[in-house]
Design a protein around this ligand. Structure first.
Ligand code: SF4
Ligand code: SF4
Length: 316
């Protein structure tokens, strides 16, 4: 393995950072690949409690999830990257259903993967010819928020979102796990939640206890991940959400003054903001395919989205 002299380590990081920002990422941090000893008990408790609901995949690959060296051969560094998706415009039509902001634009998996691949190639071509590793964007057993916090990009709020001091929590987290040794971040960002409990108080289904979200009560889980009918205890609290839920982020003071995303692909599709509830209720499968062709909403499939619309309508 090629060694990275300490003298140039800072320069490597500086240049990789500049390239990442140039590619459109909003922030980047570095962490040393190691076992996540502090986060392991939290994940274990969440799983033992059954708070992963029917997301059995969250219990798979536990060892790889807490130790990225088991996921990627020769892993030395986690390069953690943030991309803001905060929309520049908001929907203010009271006669519309709601979709979580992260899904308003082009599917983030596709947009970010392309940038990650470019960054990987840049590091290999300009910094480390023997580079090996993998790119991840919400695609494998990686504790993304824990790594972003370790890389000095923010803290984990009581609603379990990563909160970046300048970008807030409307951010996508992605990583390169690579064999290039780079010095990791040495100090964590302080947790600034303090005595605030807005997210806990605002959650309509009481899914949040500090640092713990119970998927069995979370609208986001029920409208995206769950198959079959939605539990009546949830339907009466859907509050017009038909794909995901942003309530615990909407109330967070750290999202109040953050700048909108610079990534044009994450801009909301105009149709989504203009639709009325009756348009949604009458949505055909063909229109669903066209509107959500490049959107993360296609994850629910037509049948899931219509189930969510019905669940909202039937509670009236
Ligand atoms: S996403 Fe919605 S339902 Fe889930 S924890 Fe946040 S406020 Fe509660
Ligand atoms: S709403 Fe308050 S408690 Fe919740 S994550 Fe934001 S700052 Fe922390």
């Amino acid at each position: 393995m090629t060694s990275t002299p300490n003298l140039t380590d800072a320069i490597h990081r500086q240049q990789i950072r500049a390239k990442a920002l140039d590619l459109g990422f909003d922030d980047i941090g570095f962490a040393t690949a190691q076992r996540l000893n502090d986060d392991e008990p939290r994940l274990q408790k969440w799983l033992l409690n059954g708070a992963n609901a029917e997301m059995a995949y969250m219990a798979n690959h536990f060892e790889k999830r807490v130790d990225p060296r088991l996921l990627v051969d020769g892993a030395c560094t986690i390069v953690s990257l943030l991309s803001s998706y905060k929309p520049a415009v908001e929907s203010n039509n009271p006669d519309n259903f709601k979709i979580a902001r992260y899904a308003w634009g082009h599917d983030y998996h596709e947009v970010i993967r392309e940038k990650l691949n470019e960054l990987f190639n840049y590091i290999r071509d300009h910094h480390y010819p023997d580079l090996q590793g993998r790119a991840f964007v919400d695609s494998a057993p990686v504790l993304e928020r824990a790594w972003a916090a370790r890389a000095g990009l923010g803290w984990m709020g009581k609603n379990t979102c990563l909160i970046h001091p300048k970008l807030g929590s409307y951010v996508f987290i992605s990583e390169l796990i690579i064999n290039m040794p780079l010095t990791g971040n040495s100090s964590l960002v302080n947790n600034h939640c303090g005595s605030c409990s807005r997210c806990i108080d605002a959650c309509p289904t009481q899914a949040i206890t500090p640092g713990f979200v119970d998927a069995r009560k979370c609208i986001s889980y029920w409208t995206i991940e769950h198959k079959g009918e939605i539990d009546p205890s949830i339907t009466q609290n859907l509050n017009n959400w038909i794909f995901g839920c942003d309530i615990c982020q909407e109330v967070c003071p750290w999202n109040r003054k953050t700048p909108p995303s610079k990534e044009p692909s994450f801009s909301p599709q105009p149709q989504l903001l203009q639709m009325n509830k009756s348009d949604w209720e009458e949505l055909s499968e063909d229109s669903f395919r066209i509107i959500f062709k490049k959107s993360a909403v296609k994850r629910t499939k037509y049948i899931g989205l219509m189930r969510n619309i019905r669940a909202n309508t039937n509670q009236k």
